[in-house]
Design a binder for this molecule. Sequence first.
Ligand SMILES: [Zn+2]
Length: 310
Amino acid sequence: MTASTSPAGTVHPAVSGPASPPATGALRVRPLPAEATASYLARLAHAYRLTLPHLLDGLDVHLAPGPEKAAPAAELHLNPTAQQRLCVFTHIPRPHLARALPRLTQPGPLHTTGPGPPTAHWQPLVPAVQPLRVCTACVSHRSRGTHTTAWAYPPSAPRLTICTHHQQTGSDPRHTAPLDIRPLPELTHTHQQQARTTIPATELTWATTITTRWYDHHQHLAQRWHTRLARLTTANPHTHHPTASPALTCRSLVTYPETLTLARALTRIPPHGLARTDHTAFLHHLATRLELPRLAPATHDPLFTRLNTR
Ligand SMILES: [Zn+2]
């Protein structure tokens, strides 16, 4: 068993044999809320001036062979024994670590759920479920100032990470940095408002479906969203991606205020559905909240479908 010291004086994790007790680390690196396991391990390795494979090696966790991957395109799964080693090393009890890292205790694709030698393996993630960039200032604060990149899982709808304190957001895994939302104070304002009330996930999903359709089909709020997108891309030239336009990668962000307004309005619909005679009053209320002169959804509009769903 060996421990080494880097030129900067940070202690590397002890390299131990299979029968050795798990190593404990000298540095404390706290996870960010909903952080991807791969993101947390990369930050942890960075704090020790190690690469991720070297950190796993030091923890005596076998990294299953596979293509070189990294967040956000892949997630790192640890079997229970490897999870235990990570908890000991980080000084973070397993329930706390599992709460902070939502994928930590989820079974991986290779059935690494049972006991066995500590093992880690990469699982590729499709873009629709990939984690998003976290505010660089918050990451730096949680990484002892050594690191500014981290990835966290957003809610399922709308898919966004927002830091209202530093006014940064992640809306698509293809962006090379978080977006600066200071030119769009309505996004911060909306998010702070949302934090004060609880909107059920069902209504958020419906509202996201509806505003996504309106956005894609240039309906109802097209001009407002176009203006907002222009302000966002001017402040964030890195949103211009070679294969995905900002109109697509910033969609959830551009529509965010109206998505939340709509979701809040949908919570007014009683569980047994809205009577036909109440549709006009509801649409009038919704149009007022969205600052639209009127709202008359066509039969193929998902809002029409929601109003007629029980
Ligand atoms: Zn922040």
